[in-house]
Design a protein around this ligand. Structure first.
Ligand code: SF4
Ligand code: SF4
Length: 80
C-alpha cells in the first residue's frame, strides 16, 4: 500500500442495522462480514473485520459502506 493512503475504520451500530448486507458488497477491500449473532430486531447485522489477516487489505476510510447503508448505521473514521 502506498505510504500516503490513509487508513480508516468504521463503527457499525448493530442494533440499527437491518442486515441487508449492501455494505458488504460495497466495500472494495472486503472489510465487512456478517455477524454470527442476531441483534435485538432479529437480523444478523454487518460486522467490521477489525483484524487484518495476511493478504487482506485494511479499511481505507473510503466511506462507500456508509454511503450505501439505507439505515445510516455506519460511521467512518479516518486516521490522520
Ligand atoms: S448496509 Fe447498513 S443496514 Fe445494511 S447490512 Fe450494512 S450496516 Fe446493516
Ligand atoms: S470505509 Fe471503505 S474500506 Fe472501510 S469498510 Fe467502508 S467501504 Fe470498506
Amino acid at each position: 500500500m502506498a505510504k500516503n493512503v490513509k487508513k480508516g475504520k468504521i463503527i457499525i451500530d448493530r442494533e440499527r442495522c437491518k442486515g441487508c448486507w449492501i455494505c458488504i458488497d460495497a466495500c472494495p477491500n472486503n472489510r465487512i462480514e456478517v455477524d454470527v449473532s442476531l441483534n435485538k430486531k432479529g437480523y444478523f447485522p454487518a460486522r467490521f473485520k477489525e483484524t487484518v489477516n495476511e493478504g487482506e487489505k485494511d479499511c481505507i476510510g473510503c466511506a462507500q459502506c456508509a454511503t450505501v447503508c439505507p439505515d445510516v448505521a455506519i460511521e467512518v473514521y479516518r486516521a490522520k
